[in-house]
Design a protein around this ligand. Structure first.
Ligand SMILES: C[S@@+](CC[C@H](N)C(=O)[O-])C[C@H]1O[C@@H](n2cnc3c(N)ncnc32)[C@H](O)[C@@H]1O
Length: 269
């Protein structure tokens, strides 16, 4: 047990402004001594300020040309600085605070190491909206998720009988982690990697969820071979449907049948 009073709670605001915030997360925001705002637009910041007047924007830590790893570390340091003053700190991030987001996980880990309280409250992520908007159930075929730059830099065994979802395609291949948008030839590289597994005519979707209650989601279907020519935003996500049918593993199937038979025999005898 610790006597330290400082705490950090990272909460998720969801994707649609004002519509996805869970009551528990709202309570943490309202009762915080200071709220760090990890949101990408002024409207969302104003909404947070209407719930708590002591807010600090994390946006100034980002700059075009600045390594994002430095920005993330500075965000962690800024939040921890307030925790160490024994304040109740909230990090409010759009979507789910723990989905493709380094700083919220790190600040909680560090705070706990130093004996403070830290935890995360989930939020509705882009992934959750994608399942609703595109009518996909992850349980049907299975889904692999990758960060796009990581996906092309490492060799992978793609399961083509499952969905493949790639995040951060708008800045794929930015080795310096310092750009908000990469050029067409970076996207060409991603396309070339995918074309090693999928045929050029395979249809893929560029997905953007709504972020305002008045907006509709955007789902653009294109043949994979067109990917390097289409406009991709920093908030776009790529959805690649299965290209193969699932194959039954005959050996496992037989073992399962044997188990079933044995169970029936036990029951009857
Ligand atoms: C740094 S991650 C943050 C994800 C966020 N924490 C969440 O819970 O969805 C940014 C990536 O999330 C995805 N993303 C963010 N906003 C999105 C949106 N409105 N529609 C679809 N994907 C989105 C994109 O792949 C984008 O590059």
């Amino acid at each position: 047990m610790t006597n330290k009073q400082g705490s950090i709670v990272c909460v998720g605001l969801g994707m649609v402004l004002g519509a996805h915030l869970a009551p528990l997360s709202r309570k943490f925001i309202e009762e915080a001594d200071v709220v760090f705002m990890g949101v990408t637009n002024v409207l969302a910041e104003q909404w947070l300020q209407s719930m708590n007047e002591n807010t600090i924007s994390l946006q100034p830590f980002y700059q075009e040309g600045k390594d994002r790893r430095i920005s993330y570390q500075q965000m962690v340091d800024a939040m921890l600085g307030e925790v160490r003053k024994d304040k109740k700190v909230v990090g409010a991030f759009y979507g789910h605070p723990g989905v493709f987001a380094w700083a919220p996980h790190k600040v909680i880990e560090k705070a706990k190491e130093e004996g403070f309280h830290g935890h995360m409250e989930p939020g509705i992520s882009a992934e959750d909206c994608l399942y609703s908007d595109m009518g996909i159930d992850p349980g049907e075929y299975g889904i692999s998720h990758y960060e796009a730059s990581q996906f092309i830099r490492h060799t992978r065994n793609i399961d083509q009988a499952a969905y493949l979802i790639l995040w951060q395609i708008g800045f794929v291949g930015d080795l310096a982690l310092s750009s908000f948008q990469t050029e067409g030839h970076h996207r060409q590289l991603l396309m070339d990697v995918l074309l090693q597994s999928y045929p050029p005519e395979h249809r893929v979707a560029i997905y953007e969820s709504a972020t305002l209650p008045t907006e509709k989601p955007s789902i653009k279907w294109i043949p994979l071979s067109q990917f390097s020519n289409v406009k991709v935003e920093h908030h776009s996500t790529m959805v690649i449907p299965p290209n193969e049918t699932r194959q039954i593993d005959g050996v496992i199937q037989e073992k399962l049948q044997n188990l079933l038979r044995a169970k029936k025999l036990n029951k009857n005898g």
